[in-house]
Design a binder for this molecule. Structure first.
Ligand code: ATP
Length: 226
């Protein structure tokens, strides 16, 4: 049986935007993934003081954005959990669920990587699965904040082609942290919410998939708060 390659893409997705979608598309190709699974989270602890749209709406936008994408899926794993799971718990469960059937890659942007030490059991998070850290315009990609042991597991694949990446992934049975710059798209959910709130209706729809723009419009999201 062929071992599948599955990327797990966690986040708030308020809303999912073209930055997220480009990351998913690029990784499907670069890592020859079978699937990208978006895992919307409950409100992240560091975002509790901000307004975050209800989980159902964030889920709906992800479902709309991925509906026509055969290799993208949305998981309700975190939203269904009675207690808000931390990433460490989600990854442990996913690993258990897939067992030997799949190699898992957890995806994060450079900003999440910079904050990684604030995550619960961050070292275990980094050991549980492979990781893919995506550089993001405006964020430096540092490695000084992690331990030597973790730094040694980092693999810089910036500028490396898909075939070579596939070979390196196949050769390694240890869990690695792959660093890539395959996508450089300076869009954030904060920016989308702000442009909607300001009524810049000629600008923000281009930053999200079209059905997501229609949903934001129809349900009047982000009009008063951002
Ligand atoms: P916000 O502006 O509300 O903080 P965000 O745009 O960073 O939101 P999240 O839902 O928090 O979006 O992001 C989920 C994951 O996607 C995070 O790991 C984040 O780093 C990553 N990400 C978001 N936007 C980009 C982008 N443009 N390029 C690369 N990674 C991104």
């Amino acid at each position: 049986m062929k071992v599948k390659r599955i990327a797990l893409y966690g986040g708030t997705f308020d809303p999912v935007h073209n930055g997220h979608m480009s990351v998913a598309h690029a990784l499907l190709q670069l890592f020859a993934l079978d699937e990208v699974v978006f895992i919307p989270a409950h409100v992240a602890p560091h975002k509790r003081d901000q307004f975050v749209s209800p989980a159902l709406k964030r889920y709906a936008m992800l479902a709309l954005a991925t509906q026509a994408e055969a290799r993208m899926r949305v998981s309700t794993f975190e939203l269904d959990a009675p207690e808000r799971p931390y990433t460490v718990e989600t990854l442990a469960r996913m690993k258990e669920r897939y067992g030997q059937e799949a190699r898992l890659f957890f995806v994060m942007g450079a900003d999440s990587w910079t904050d990684i030490k604030t995550w619960r059991e961050w070292e275990r998070v980094l050991k549980l699965t492979n990781h893919i850290v995506m550089t993001r315009p405006g964020y430096e990609l540092e490695a000084a904040h992690v331990t030597d042991e973790i730094r040694e597991r980092m693999v810089d694949i910036r500028g490396v082609g898909a075939e070579e990446i596939a070979r390196r992934v196949d050769e390694s049975d240890a869990e690695k942290i792959y660093v890539t710059d395959a996508v450089q798209m300076a869009v954030s959910a904060t920016q989308v919410r702000k442009l909607v709130r300001l009524g810049l209706d000629k600008e923000w729809p281009a930053l999200v998939p079209q059905p997501v723009a229609e949903f934001i419009e129809k349900y009047r999201l982000y009009r008063d708060k951002a």
